[in-house]
Design a protein around this ligand. Structure first.
Ligand code: 8YV
Length: 333
C-alpha cells in the first residue's frame, strides 16, 4: 500500500475530525492550540502535502516558495482573506474554504448583536451587576425598536440573505448594497430586499448589518464619512471582518453619539482591539464567535476536512477557491 501523505493540522480541532483525517493522512497536530509564528509554520510545513488551518494562517508567496511540497491549504472559515489566491494558483496549490454550513448560525448571531445593541442588553446588565438598580423609571435604558424599522445590509451574500430572511418576523423593510444587484428571486426571498446605492444604504437604514468579505478594496469601507451619513438613532453590527470598519472612526462616532450603538464580533488586529472600545457603554463586544454554535463549528470542521480528503483521493474539493491552480497542480483530479 502507498504511504499516507503528511498533513499539518495547524490549530486544535475536534477529536472526531482528527480521527477521520487519520484514515487518509499522517497527522501533525497542535491540540495545545498555539498560533505558530510564520517562521515556525514554514518549518512545520516541510514535507507536508496539506494544511488544515484557520483565518490566523497567512498563506502568501513567501510561505509557498518555502514549502514546495505543499499541495492544498484548507481553511476552517468562509472568509479566506488570509490566502493569497493568485500566489496559491501560481504555486499549483489548491485553496479551499468552509462556506454555507455557517450561514444560519452567523445570521442568528448578527441578530443577537443587533438586538443587544438596540435594546441595550449588555449595557443595562453591567449596570445591574454593578448594584445600581434602585427603582424602575420611565426612561431607564430607553432603546430603539427593531420591529417596523428599515434594516440595511452591506453585503447581501449567503449570510446577508439569511440575516434578511429573519427580518420578516420583525415586520422590517430591507435595503441592501452590493457591488452588483441580485436577481429578483433572491431579492424576493430576502424579505423583498431593495437594492440601493451605498450612500442611500447608510442614510436610509435605521440599523445596518455588515456581512461583506474582506479584501483590500473593502478596507475601511465604513469610515468617518459613512458613519456621518447614518442616523443618530442607528445601530451598526459587524460580523464580517475587522478592517472593513475603521475602528478609530467608529469609536469617535460612538463617543460623539453620531450613531446610537454598535455590536461588534470582529476588530482590526484581533484578538487585540482598540482599548477605547472598553471605555464606551454603547457597544456590545464579542470575541469572533458568530459561527460558534457547537453544531456549526463541527460542520465547518467536517467541511474543511472533506476538502482535504477529496484532494488526496483524486477528487475535486467541493470548495475549491482557485480552479486556476489545477493547471499547475501536480494532482491529477
Ligand atoms: C471562523 C470566520 O470560525 O468563517 C469565517 O470567515 O470568521 C469564522 O467563522 C474563523 O475565521 C476561524 O477560521
Amino acid at each position: 500500500a502507498q504511504s499516507k501523505p503528511n498533513l499539518l493540522v495547524a490549530r486544535a480541532i475536534f477529536p472526531e475530525i482528527l480521527e477521520k483525517l487519520s484514515d487518509y493522512f499522517v497527522l501533525e497536530t497542535n491540540q495545545e492550540d498555539r498560533i505558530f509564528p510564520s517562521q515556525e509554520l514554514v518549518q512545520r510545513l516541510q514535507g507536508k502535502f496539506g494544511m488544515l488551518c484557520t483565518s490566523s494562517a497567512k498563506v502568501n508567496s513567501e510561505l509557498l516558495n518555502a514549502c514546495p511540497e505543499l499541495r492544498i491549504v484548507s481553511t476552517l472559515a468562509v472568509g479566506y482573506d488570509n490566502f493569497d489566491l493568485a500566489a496559491c494558483s501560481e504555486a499549483g496549490v489548491l485553496a479551499t474554504n468552509a462556506p454555507d454550513v455557517l450561514n444560519e448560525t452567523t445570521a442568528d448571531f448578527a441578530w443577537a448583536l443587533l438586538m443587544a445593541a438596540a435594546r441595550r442588553v449588555t449595557e443595562s446588565e453591567h449596570w445591574l451587576r454593578a448594584g445600581k438598580w434602585e427603582k424602575w423609571s420611565i426612561d431607564c435604558f430607553l432603546g430603539a425598536d427593531l420591529h417596523g424599522s428599515t434594516l440595511g445590509i452591506l453585503g447581501m451574500g449567503r449570510i446577508g440573505q439569511a440575516v434578511a430572511r429573519r427580518s420578516i418576523g420583525f415586520g422590517m423593510k430591507v435595503i441592501y448594497h452590493n457591488r452588483s444587484r441580485l436577481g429578483p428571486e433572491i431579492e424576493d426571498a430576502s424579505n423583498n430586499a431593495e437594492y440601493v446605492s451605498k450612500q442611500d444604504l447608510f442614510a436610509q437604514a435605521d440599523h445596518l448589518v455588515i456581512v461583506v468579505p474582506y479584501s483590500p478594496e473593502a478596507h475601511h469601507l465604513v469610515g468617518a464619512g459613512e458613519l456621518a451619513m447614518m442616523k443618530p438613532s442607528a445601530c451598526l453590527v459587524n460580523v464580517a471582518r475587522g478592517g472593513i470598519v475603521d475602528d478609530v472612526a467608529l469609536i469617535a462616532a460612538l463617543k460623539e453619539k453620531k450613531i446610537a450603538a454598535a455590536g461588534l464580533d470582529v476588530f482590526e488586529n484581533e484578538p487585540r482591539f482598540h482599548p477605547d472600545f472598553l471605555e464606551l457603554e454603547n457597544v456590545v463586544l464579542t470575541p469572533h464567535i458568530a459561527s460558534a454554535s457547537r453544531k456549526t463549528r463541527l460542520a465547518m470542521a467536517h467541511r474543511a476536512a472533506d476538502n482535504l480528503i477529496a484532494a488526496v483521493s483524486g477528487r475535486m474539493p467541493l470548495d475549491l477557491l482557485n480552479s486556476a491552480s489545477l493547471r499547475k497542480s501536480a494532482l491529477s483530479l
